[in-house]
Ligand binder design. Sequence first.
Ligand code: SF4
Ligand code: SF4
Length: 52
Amino acid sequence: MNVNKELCMLCQTCAAVCPTQNIEVTEADIIISECNDCGICARACPLGALYE
Ligand code: SF4
Ligand code: SF4
């Protein structure tokens, strides 16, 4: 999964729904590590900032 950092507002919604805790959101950045592209985070993002 990839993130459009111009759209992301670091709200942490995606990190909360990832079933394997692959998303780390800090005050300054979002880091997505290995993931299986299940798409749950992309559907949960209120800003449409996540894409495959
Ligand atoms: S696609 Fe699925 S596994 Fe990958 S970061 Fe999003 S919720 Fe987590
Ligand atoms: S849910 Fe969307 S806006 Fe919120 S931290 Fe994740 S990618 Fe950024």
